[in-house]
Design a protein around this ligand. Sequence first.
Ligand SMILES: Cc1cc2nc3c(=O)[nH]c(=O)nc-3n(C[C@H](O)[C@H](O)[C@H](O)COP(=O)(O)OP(=O)(O)OC[C@H]3O[C@@H](n4cnc5c(N)ncnc54)[C@H](O)[C@@H]3O)c2cc1C
Length: 489
Amino acid sequence: MSKEVVVIGSGLAGMSCATYLAKKNYRVRVLEKNSTYGGRLQSFSQDGFTFDAGPSWYWMPDLFDSYFNDFGKKTADFYKLTRLDPGYRIYFNENEYLDVSENLDTLKKKFDKIESGSGESLQNYLDDAGEKYRVAVEKFIYKPSLSALEFMELDLLKRLGRLNLFKPISKHIREYFKDPRLIKLLEFPSLLLGAKPSNTPALYSIMNYADLSLGTWYPNGGIRAIATGLYQNALDHNVEFLFNHPVSKIETKNDIVDHILVHDKKINCDIVVGGADYHHIENHLMDEKNRNYNDNYWDKRTMSPSSLLFYLGINKELDIPHHALFFDTDFDKHAEEIYDKPQWPKNPLFYVSCTSKTDINVAPKGSEAVFILVPVAPGLNDNENSREIIFQQIVNRLENALGTNIKDSIVFKRSYAHKEFISDFNSYKGNAYGLANTLFQTAIFKPRIKNKKLTNMYYCGQLTVPGPGMPPSLVSGKIVAKQIIKEHA
Ligand SMILES: Cc1cc2nc3c(=O)[nH]c(=O)nc-3n(C[C@H](O)[C@H](O)[C@H](O)COP(=O)(O)OP(=O)(O)OC[C@H]3O[C@@H](n4cnc5c(N)ncnc54)[C@H](O)[C@@H]3O)c2cc1C
């Protein structure tokens, strides 16, 4: 008889884990509280506009390829990819921006114009980041990180120094570049990934490699197409999905999970994987005595920023590429308002995704579908007034930078922040993408994939290893499935 596994949550991590297990003949059911799959990869359509609701940057295509290859498939069997060029635009102030070309030689020339000799520095920086990336992918990110001993491999130990675990990325970048604009450009991935560059290990220059060397891509059909690809692959392997099934309790007997409750209905299983927000799984669904971590532990974690999002339908064309970063204000101040003294930011940097520049299906002809993301502290008192103050401010800045009136052309507008992250995903403090990537929240320091007391309880997803983001979530599902196969063959 095959073992029965219940996976809680149909985000990328849950679907990934479920499919790896189903491939090994476990009988897998995914219980999802919402009416559809995909977790944070939702999309919605209204008034002729279609928006991806959450992630928008498709980076590390190799990790998506590796996922589908594990099932004898190619990414292209599920969706086609277009490499964006420019990958994105970064505004340094309302009159000055840099288009980040996908061709490295072109980009190096652009760097040289900003700071003499920095083209060569960029090559050296990316060569170093590429080596880190290879070590991370080959030796690091697929580890269950249950013990430091896993990392005691001769080859890894030899290359460990190159990873710069103890050097902040802010310092590392400044060893190559002096111009504040280039520094901003290289610090951007660590900022969006959730920590101040001064608290992020230089290891995370792998994100610069992912950005500038591996490229920024767009899946035809939008980011939601990724979730649909994983869902289809899961169905192909006989994973069963039960939507509108919010788990309300994980019941135990003699140090194992005995069954799960959904609307007072008992669901029996041999193994449980918590693929929903880790804090929610433990602190809302499990008895205190069975939890890996208490409230105090969670309170001391540095969360990555939450997000204030705006979805706008604009009834005219805008002179803006697919992705644009507005780094035209003082980031240190904004970072302080996220991490040190959490509050609604006064003058935040923000990010705009205009998918209609690449995809004609997401907006009526002559119109644009615009998504705006403002990083904000998790756990804020979320209210319409605070959202609107920020909205007015950033639209003014957008109008100045693009030299056109936008307010009068908005025909659709919706906002989204902490309240919705909590109600839609049971997300701790309304977090958008998990824990910040600091050294002491990396690998063995992350919340563990295994319950310490219950032998048949595991966790996957962005709050455990390897971390936040779509590719790490796929990897997380694989790591947990492998661990289960090892322990419950
Ligand atoms: C605004 C935003 C922008 C982002 N941008 C990017 C980006 O550009 N690129 C990138 O790579 N990543 C990005 N990310 C991060 C990425 O989306 C996430 O790291 C990843 O999707 C997390 O997947 P997950 O499976 O861990 O969690 P989730 O997607 O949260 O899935 C968990 C699932 O569990 C379900 N659930 C919760 N409670 C219960 C319950 N009690 N019972 C049953 N089901 C339950 C939820 O409904 C959800 O479907 C972004 C995230 C956000 C929010």
